[in-house]
Design a protein around this ligand. Structure first.
Ligand code: PAF
Length: 279
């Protein structure tokens, strides 16, 4: 596994793959890897000859400097996991190379970035698309894998890829869960034991919604909110039920797949969960 820290070295390694007529899959990450990331790597490996991973804690997607500073990092452990998984190339760029001095270019999906989670985290998705466009350009992969857990992020990146005609197949990879149903996340390590237990209410509420016989948007909303509000350690922060691809608002009987996007806080730790529910 090659570990490189500059865009030039990264391009040289990818050029070697291309000379051998090999396809390249990309998994962009912010490091502190867990099984969810390894599932993205496994998906890329199954689809392409070579897999590249980027590790970059992207400052432009954090609203709050303290969130950026407290973001967990463990490069040695990440590299051991990626080596074990058979990754071919890891790019760990410097901030100054991703955002060169005098940088003034942004990439933004103007509607999708500013609805739903984008409303409460202004500038977040602009930071994501700006960095992902740059990472796409550094690596120039054939395929790029992102988790369905960050559902809005996935749809925003798909839209950006289409609009900018990047010749890249963006693949959404289903959520990986712990045995008890908790969606895997780097943030789970910050949960105390009681909050860890309480957080199971997220997947439980989605199961209850999926099991409804006559599904309406209002009925889904009610059962999810009721289940979560019955857990005293949970504070429901976001519950959005939207058209699965465009993220447009829905109401009334469910006639096409809807994405349910949930966020709730447990002891100050914000957790996300998501499911696409069919009629
Ligand atoms: O999902 C993430 O880890 C980040 O938002 C991403 C896609 C790597 C961009 O920084």
């Amino acid at each position: 596994m090659k570990v490189v820290r500059t865009i030039t070295e990264c391009r040289e390694v990818v050029a070697g793959f291309r000379q051998a007529n090999e396809t390249v899959g990309l998994v962009p990450t912010m490091g502190f890897l867990h099984a969810g990331h390894m599932e993205l790597v496994a998906t890329a490996k199954a689809r392409t000859d070579r897999v590249a991973v980027t590790i970059f804690v992207n400052p432009s997607q954090f609203g709050d400097a303290s969130d950026l500073d407290s973001y967990p990092r463990d490069e040695e452990r990440d590299l051991a996991m990626l080596r074990e998984a058979g990754v071919d190339l890891v790019l760990i760029p410097e901030v100054i190379d991703v955002y060169p001095e005098g940088d003034e270019t942004i990439v933004e999906t103007t509607r999708m970035a500013n609805i739903l989670h984008g409303e409460v985290r202004p500038g977040h998705f602009r930071g994501v698309t700006t960095v992902v466009a740059r990472l796409f350009n550094f690596v120039q992969p054939d395929v790029a894998c992102f988790g369905e857990k960050d559902y809005q992020q996935l749809q925003v990146i798909k839209r950006m890829t289409k609009d900018l005609a990047f010749p890249i197949d963006v693949i959404g990879v289903p959520i990986v869960r712990e045995d008890d149903g908790l969606a895997m996340s780097s943030r789970n390590v910050r949960l105390g034991a009681e909050d860890r237990e309480a957080a199971l209410v997220l997947s439980r509420s989605l199961n209850a919604a999926d099991a409804l016989a006559d599904k309406t948007i209002e009925g889904l909303r009610e059962i999810i909110a009721h289940t979560i509000n019955a857990e005293p350690r949970a504070t429901l922060r976001g519950l959005d039920i939207v058209q699965a691809e465009t993220l447009a608002d829905l109401s009334g009987p469910l006639t096409s797949p809807a994405a349910v996007m949930l966020s709730a806080e447990f002891g100050g730790v914000l957790l996300l969960d998501q499911r696409v529910i069919a009629p």
